[in-house]
Design a binder for this molecule. Structure first.
Ligand SMILES: [Zn+2]
Length: 60
């Protein structure tokens, strides 16, 4: 199998990781209006159990 000619630089690795972080953060970009924690859009907040200004589930 073909092997890479050079070791990947720290900068290249950092670039790839930065892009990966950006990509994974996009779907959960919605913030809870109750507690300000990031949550999935159109889902009950897992931190405070609120959805649309009402508490729908109890969080311990
Ligand atoms: Zn919340």
């Amino acid at each position: 199998m073909a092997a890479p000619k050079r070791k990947k630089s720290k900068a290249k690795t950092a670039m790839r990781k930065a892009h990966w972080l950006k990509k994974v953060n996009i779907p959960g970009l919605s913030l809870c209006p109750e507690c300000g924690q990031p949550k999935a859009p159109h889902r009950v907040c897992p931190h405070c159990g609120y959805y649309k200004d009402k508490e729908v589930i109890e969080v311990v």
